[in-house]
Design a protein around this ligand. Structure first.
Ligand SMILES: [Ca+2]
Ligand SMILES: [Ca+2]
Length: 320
C-alpha cells in the first residue's frame, strides 16, 4: 500500500473527549497519576524530541511551553532585530529563521499543521494526551518540529524530505526522533540517515504501520531497517490487546493507540487511533527516562532496558 496513505487511512478523528484514561509507558499497568509523578521526578534537563510529521500548531496553549527553541535563532542580532524573523540564517545551519524547526515541503519556517496529525503526536509526547495528563509538568520535553509531509507530493519527495529532516535532527541536537509513519517502500538514503543518527546515540521511534500485518513477513519501513536505534511500535487498546489494524512483529513494542485524546490545530483537542499515537507514547516515555545521561550512552542502555520491559511478557501474550 502507498506509504503515506497507510499513515492516515486508519486514523479516527472526532472532537469528543476520550473518557478512558490510558496509562503511559513504560509500565502500562501503572495508573496515570502515579506514572506522572515518576516522569516529573525523573526529568532533570531538557530533552529534545524531533517530530517528523505534518507540522504543529505553535499557538496551541497546551503546546507552547514544549516548543523547542533554536538558541542560534533567538534573541536580537547586531542591528537589534529579532533573529527569529530577520530573514538571516543566524546560526549558519543552512536554514533561515528556523526558531522551532523547519518545513521541508516548502523550504520555510512556517510549521502550520493543516492536517492535524503532527499536532496530535506532539501533544502526546508533551504529556497532553489526556485531560489528566494535561496538568502534568513535562515542560522539559522540547518538540523540534520537522514537517515532511505534503498531501500533494508523492512518496519520493516525502522520503527525500524525511531524509533531510533526520539530518537536521542529528545536526541540531535531538535525542529522540519520532517518526509516526510507515510503508512498504525501502529507501537506501533513509536507512543511511537513520544509521547516522544511531551513530550519534539518537533513538529513532517509528510506527509499525496500520495494515494488520506481521512485518517480519511483510516488511515495513523504517520499522524494518537494520539500524540499532530503531524502535518499532505496535498499538494496543485499553485492555492491552493488539488493535486489529496494527502491524506487529517480534521487535515491536506495544503502546496505547486506540482513541487517544490529544491536541489538534486551532487550540482544539480530539481523538485519533493508530500506531502513530502509540509511537508518540514511546517517545514520551523515552524522553522521560533520559534524565541526565548523555546521548552517547543512550542507545545500548535504553534499547536493552526498554525492549526487555516491553517484549518479554506483553508481546507474547498479546500476539496469541
Ligand atoms: Ca538557521
Ligand atoms: Ca534569523
Amino acid at each position: 500500500m502507498n506509504k503515506l496513505i497507510t499513515l492516515f487511512i486508519l486514523l479516527v478523528l472526532t472532537n469528543s473527549h476520550c473518557t478512558k484514561a490510558y496509562a503511559a509507558i513504560p509500565d502500562p499497568q501503572l495508573d496515570v497519576t502515579n506514572n506522572r509523578e515518576i516522569i516529573k521526578s525523573d526529568l532533570q534537563k531538557e530533552v529534545i524530541v524531533a517530530v517528523i510529521d505534518t507540522g504543529i500548531d505553535i499557538d496551541h496553549p497546551y503546546l507552547k511551553s514544549n516548543l523547542w527553541i533554536n538558541s542560534g535563532e533567538s534573541g536580537l542580532d547586531e542591528s537589534g532585530n529579532d533573529k527569529s524573523t530577520n530573514g538571516i540564517d543566524d546560526d549558519h545551519n543552512g536554514y533561515v529563521d528556523d526558531i522551532h524547526g523547519w518545513d521541508f515541503t516548502t523550504q520555510s519556517n512556517d510549521l502550520t499543521d493543516t492536517i492535524g496529525h503532527g499536532t496530535h503526536i506532539s501533544g502526546i509526547i508533551s504529556g497532553k494526551s489526556t485531560p489528566r495528563l494535561a496538568i502534568s509538568n513535562l515542560t522539559k520535553i522540547k518538540i523540534m518540529t520537522l514537517k515532511y509531509f505534503d498531501k500533494d507530493a508523492g512518496d519520493t519527495q516525502s522520503i527525500k524530505n524525511t531524509v533531510l529532516a533526520i539530518k537536521y535532527a542529528v545536526k541540531m541536537g535531538a535525542s529522540i526522533i519520532n517518526y509516526s509513519s510507515s510503508g512498504a517502500i525501502r529507501n537506501k538514503d533513509e536507512e543511511t540517515a537513520i544509521k547516522e543518527a544511531s551513530a550519534k546515540g539518537i533513538i529513532f521511534v517509528t510506527a509499525a504501520g496500520n495494515s494488520g500485518l506481521d512485518i517480519d513477513k511483510y516488511p515495513y519501513y523504517p520499522a524494518n531497517y537494520k539500524a540499532q536505534n530503531i524502535i518499532p511500535v505496535s498499538s494496543i487498546d485499553e485492555n492491552f490487546r493488539l488493535l486489529a489494524s496494527s502491524n506487529y512483529g517480534h521487535k515491536t513494542i506495544l503502546a496505547p493507540g486506540k482513541s487517544i485524546y490529544s491536541t489538534l490545530p486551532g487550540g482544539r483537542f480530539g481523538v485519533m487511533t493508530g500506531t502513530s499515537q502509540a509511537t508518540a507514547f514511546v517517545s514520551q516515555s523515552l524522553a522521560s527516562i533520559i534524565k541526565n545521561r548523555t546521548s552517547k550512552t543512550l542507545t545500548d542502555e535504553i534499547l536493552s532496558s526498554v525492549k526487555s520491559d516491553f517484549t518479554k511478557s506483553n508481546n507474547r501474550l498479546l500476539m496469541n
